[in-house]
Design a protein. Structure first.
Length: 241
């Protein structure tokens, strides 16, 4: 089954085409979240394969219903473990990429004009403003590409402009995002992809149980009974006791 195909036996929430609905996704951002689509497709196909295995087991006249269940469960476990391992790997790599991009967009700003008189005047001017006035002024300056103003404020200690550390950090991030829209868009798409996978991955457990046809607790119960029965047929050498 390819990515384009749809199985009525698997929830559509796990179909890899869900990745295509992420806002901002295009040819430039798609490579960064391709592993999310790949692992969702892997989960989707694995669950469908378990359904196929269950149907095949039911056609084996040599197996009782309990044997059919144990065979299908064993097959399902291998698929589930592999898929969950890959989901975890994709999530870890996404977290690293998101963190690296976010740190880049919050990196310290080297003040191009040093501590010259113009920069000092800009900071004094902004320091004299109210919080609301300063917010409106800096937002407009950033939107207009006023690098001179933004550099003067963001390239020096926050208190010289009458700002709180968090306030300056916010505008520093906005400044970087304005100057590097590709990175900003990439961060937005990667974050959305991580949220999507984080939301949908837990569905795998229920879908696997559905494909098996019984909850894992019943599988475990039958396994214990089968193991106990097998123990009764083991011939032990009394001389070794």
């Amino acid at each position: 089954m390819s990515e384009e195909e749809v199985s009525v036996r698997v929830t559509p929430a796990l179909h890899p085409k869900n990745v295509e609905t992420i806002e901002g996704l295009d040819d430039t951002t798609r490579p960064y979240i391709a592993p999310v689509a790949t692992v969702m497709d892997e989960a989707y196909q694995a669950i469908d394969a378990i359904h196929n295995a269950r149907e095949a087991a039911s056609r084996n006249p040599a197996w009782t219903e309990a044997q059919q269940l144990l065979q299908v469960a064993q097959f399902a476990e291998k698929h589930q473990q592999r898929v969950l391992k890959n989901v975890d790997s994709v999530m870890q790599n996404l977290d690293k990429a998101i963190k690296a991009t976010d740190e880049m967009l919050q990196g310290p700003l080297e003040q191009q004009a040093g501590l010259g008189s113009i920069n000092e005047e800009i900071r004094r001017h902004i320091k004299s403003m109210s919080t609301e006035e300063r917010h409106n002024f800096l937002r407009e300056a950033n939107a207009n590409g006023d690098t001179k103003t933004m550099t003067a404020v963001l390239g020096a200690p926050h208190y010289l402009s009458g700002m709180q550390p968090a306030e300056q950090q916010y505008y520093l991030r906005e400044f970087h995002m304005q100057r590097n829209p590709d990175a900003a868009r990439r961060l937005k798409v990667m974050t959305a992809a991580r949220d999507l996978l984080n939301e949908r991955a837990p569905l795998i457990f229920g879908q696997v149980e559905k494909a098996i046809g019984q909850p894992w607790r019943k599988v475990d119960m039958i396994r214990k009974a089968a193991n106990a029965a097998e123990q009764a047929f083991i011939i032990r050498d009394k001389s070794s006791v």
